[in-house]
Design a protein around this ligand. Structure first.
Ligand code: SAM
Length: 310
């Protein structure tokens, strides 16, 4: 059997090939590249995908797509915000599409969202082309958008936050985000949280072939900083795998199905397509292989030995 014998079976047209990792590629047909740039920080494009819809791709990695961004953004935001008794002041690191801010704005208690994204060019392209993602969240007066490195911003701010949401790309060696995956950074975040504060971050893939590359290490690193640490995951089809998140908290443990549903009712949260009590249970009830990998992880990511993924 020859290598590439099926290459002729790929239908004609334009294909976005995404390296899920060095040995696994996912491909989506697209009709158009709407915007493309090599910015000061990363390569960036927005495509009109014919399966997942409009997608932002940074350094070759899909960040979110019209058809399933709600799974990623609701998973990232709601477990922490529902958990917090009174979220008012929120910090978002990254979050360029504006969809993380969109989800946070669903809480009536919110007084201020500080969003710090390093790449103005990417954010302006998202604002123009990803309207279904941000739903005008950038124009909400509660959202204060600043351009810069989120770590540097947190280092100098005098503010403290109820919830810090880290919505940056994976720690690629040539990328702008790897310094936001270290013990020193998580300690800085902790120092900027109020007593009942919560940190949450996206933490990479959780399938059996990839979980130990990033997810378990991020979990163990956050666990070395916070008294309570909660790993969870969700299936995001455009990412080609299940995707991990980690919450670090000073005091608040995740609630039960019934408690979540009651809180959602009390908060009268509108327009949730993925998150409720049952989905919350699903997020936090991790499979056996993943619990074992988390339990056995010993690596703590440090500034002087940062983590880089494929
Ligand atoms: N959903 C995403 C994913 O798959 O991980 C993250 C999406 S969001 C578009 C990531 C944003 O983080 C980008 O807009 C990027 O410019 C920003 N970013 C990367 N490094 C950053 C840093 N050091 N400080 C602030 N923003 C950063």
């Amino acid at each position: 059997m020859k290598n590439n014998q099926n290459i002729g079976d790929i239908p004609s047209g334009n294909w976005h090939f995404e390296n899920i990792n060095d040995n696994f590629i996912q491909a989506e047909k697209y009709s158009e590249i709407l915007w493309e740039s090599t910015t000061k920080y990363q390569t960036a494009k927005i495509i009109e995908g014919l399966y997942f819809g409009r997608s932002l791709i940074l350094d070759g990695k899909t960040q979110s797509t019209t058809s399933d961004e709600f799974i990623y953004h609701e998973s990232l935001v709601h477990p922490s915000l529902v958990q917090h008794q009174n979220p008012e002041n929120i910090f978002i690191a990254g979050g360029g599409e504006g969809a993380t801010a969109r989800e946070v704005l669903k809480y009536k208690s919110i007084k201020n969202i500080t969003m710090v994204d390093i790449d103005k060019e990417v954010v302006l392209a998202c604002k123009k082309l990803l309207k279904n993602h941000h739903k005008n969240s950038f124009d909400n007066p509660k959202v204060n958008l600043t351009f810069g490195d989120a770590r540097n911003y947190l280092k100098f701010t005098k503010e403290s936050y109820d919830v810090v949401i880290i919505d940056v790309p994976d720690p690629l060696e040539a990328g702008p985000a790897y310094k936001l995956f270290t013990k020193e950074f998580y300690s800085l975040v902790k120092s900027k949280l109020k007593n009942s504060g919560i940190l949450v971050t996206q933490a990479g893939p959780t399938d059996p072939n990839s979980a130990k590359q990033c997810f378990t290490k991020v979990f163990n690193t956050i666990n070395s900083v916070f008294p309570l640490t909660f790993p969870y995951h969700s299936h995001v089809p455009a990412f080609g795998t299940t995707w991990g998140f980690v919450m670090g908290s000073n005091s608040e443990a995740p609630s039960t199905t019934e408690e979540i549903d009651l809180k959602l009712k009390q908060l009268s949260l509108k327009d949730l397509s993925m998150y409720d009590g049952i989905a919350h249970d699903g997020l936090f009830n991790l499979p056996k292989y993943l619990r074992a990998s988390l339990y056995n992880e010993t690596h703590v990511i440090n500034d002087n030995d940062p983590l880089f993924v494929d």
